[in-house]
Design a protein around this ligand. Structure first.
Ligand code: FMN
Length: 496
């Protein structure tokens, strides 16, 4: 059997990245409050709640699988927990491009089939779904989820992470932002007056959660990317109520249908922006026909909050950085990009920093426009900043320095209007004007027209750096000498 959530938790716990809470807690705001308060600092542990009031002791809830922890993301990708953000982005580039077919297993070896209820016996209220924020419209069973459907035109299997609020024992409301794959396919299906089949995983495999949150182009399947992330196929089993594959060792899965125009009021919900998103509004209803779960099931939940409490923004930002880099370089063949970073404090979506080794006139501007509008980068981004390759895009101080010294606002800002955004953007008002957005492209590179005469960066003489680094311990410093972004060689000094 390939790695499941439980094995992942063992690894995470062995690395001191998990805390179990066996004190009794309430589903009603308490689990979310503990998570928010425990996650005010970066790298806080994942929290496993083992005793939720009113529920059997063996029904557990895992909050913030990733949060802002680079080590937990690295373990998921089978990389070293010490990897830097830029190293993880480079690894993610490869892994998200790899496409590994899922592997079907027989139903009797699928642990998700340990318990099944169908028809009238379906009752999703038996799981300890949390209400997160005081003004939330209900209890959210789906936040750290992976929602599977098939594109009816192409047959491609899509996985997306979409929030899901309990509407009743056999119904959840499923919110998708405009332009998201499930929403597009549901609309096509409804135009034919046919329902769309959906399988929603509420106790998710970590790599499926990561892949489902990414936005590759519509002709790619995140189920295959999830296999790429883990480096082996995702084991699936045929669904019993739909024609969809379901992850064979998931904790909790429901199968159901979105019937044409079956909508109910849903939300509001304290969102990943750190605000309540759009006001309460009609959302498609998923009518559930079957529930499957393992013995002692673990419901996976993500707190949506301002950074760093948010479960989604760190890993989302890193995956998105890798996706944008792949779109620019691998899909479009644009050379010279040396780094891409969507900072987690910008929710992993609001800002994109790209560094480029400028090779021709217009290169920086071309990179900025593509980063702004490529499939992985277009949604909700507002500030796209391009810097030269001596700047480390994962170091916000260096990016701010480049913006302050290399950008001239009257020349170096361009605005795009009516771009892809979301109902959840609090800056667009009144809310009815959403989901159109706008973006500013900031060229914070040395301007290409004057590249050779651009003020020279003060940098250490290479021989001096080596001399000082060699004597570092002699000066009484007990750490390693820092690496520097730039050094000047002897020859260059003589020319200048
Ligand atoms: C924890 C979490 C919750 C999310 N909730 C939603 C949501 O409720 N609706 C939505 O449209 N996107 C949501 N997203 C973003 C989507 O998962 C993401 O845009 C993904 O690309 C959608 O898949 P698709 O490109 O196949 O449509 C969420 C992401 C994460 C990580």
């Amino acid at each position: 059997m390939s790695r499941d959530l439980r094995e992942w938790l063992e690894e995470v716990e062995a690395n001191d990245l998990l805390e179990r809470i066996d004190a009794e807690v309430d589903w009603d705001e308490e689990m979310a409050a503990i998570t928010y308060m425990r996650h005010r600092e970066r790298d806080a542990p994942a929290l496993l709640f083992e005793n939720v009031r009113g529920y059997p002791d063996d029904y557990r809830v895992l909050f913030n699988m990733f949060s802002s922890s680079s080590a937990r993301l690295a373990l998921t990708m089978n990389e070293s927990p010490d990897a830097s953000d830029l190293e993880l982005i480079r690894h993610a580039r490869e892994k998200l491009s790899a496409s590994v077919d899922p592997e079907y297993v027989a139903p009797d070896s699928a642990s998700v089939y340990e318990n099944t209820q169908t028809g009238e016996d379906v009752d999703v209220t038996k799981f300890p779904a949390p209400k997160m924020w005081p003004k939330d419209g209900g209890r959210y069973i789906g936040t750290a989820d992976a929602t599977i459907h098939r594109d009816p035109e192409t047959g491609i299997l899509n996985v997306g992470t979409y929030r899901q609020m309990i509407q009743g024992e056999r119904e959840v409301g499923l919110y998708t932002s405009p332009g998201k794959d499930l929403r597009i396919d549901m609309q096509h299906q409804w135009e034919r007056d046919e329902p769309l089949e959906v399988a929603a995983v509420y106790g998710v495999l970590p790599e499926l959660f990561v892949a489902g949150s990414m936005s590759p182009s519509k002709d790619e399947s995140e189920l295959h990317h999830a296999g790429g992330i883990r480096g082996s196929p995702i084991e699936v089993v045929e669904g019993s109520a739909t024609d969809l594959p379901i992850p064979a060792h998931a904790e909790i899965v429901v199968e159901g249908k979105l019937y044409p125009n079956d909508m109910k009021p849903e939300g509001p919900f304290g969102e990943f922006t750190g605000y309540y998103g759009r006001p309460k509004d009609d959302t498609p209803v998923l009518s559930i026909e079957a529930v499957h779960h393992r013995d002692r099931p673990i419901l996976t939940s993500s707190l949506m909050a301002d950074y760093p409490g948010n479960d989604a923004t760190y890993f989302y930002g890193l995956g998105r950085s890798a996706g944008i880099w792949n779109d620019i370089e691998d899909k479009l063949g644009i050379p010279g990009v040396t780094g891409v970073y969507c900072p987690p404090a910008s929710m992993g979506v609001g800002m994109t920093f790209v560094s480029v080794d400028q090779q021709y006139a217009g290169h920086a501007s071309q990179v900025a426009s593509i980063a702004a509008q490529c499939p992985n980068g277009a949604y909700f981004s507002k500030f796209i900043v391009v810097v030269d390759d001596d700047i480390d895009v994962t170091d916000i101080d260096q990016v701010l320095w480049a913006m302050s010294t290399r950008a001239n606002p009257e020349d170096d800002l361009d605005t795009l209007t009516d771009t892809w955004s979301t109902w959840l953007d609090p800056a667009q008002n009144p809310p009815e004007e959403r989901p159109y957005g706008s973006k500013v492209l900031v060229d914070a590179t040395k301007n290409h027209q004057h590249y050779d005469e651009f003020a020279e960066r003060s940098a250490l003489h290479e021989a001096t750096y080596r001399h000082v680094a060699d004597r570092w311990a002699e000066y009484g410093f007990d750490d390693e000498p820092p690496e520097l972004p730039m050094l000047v060689e002897d020859d260059e000094l003589r020319q200048n």
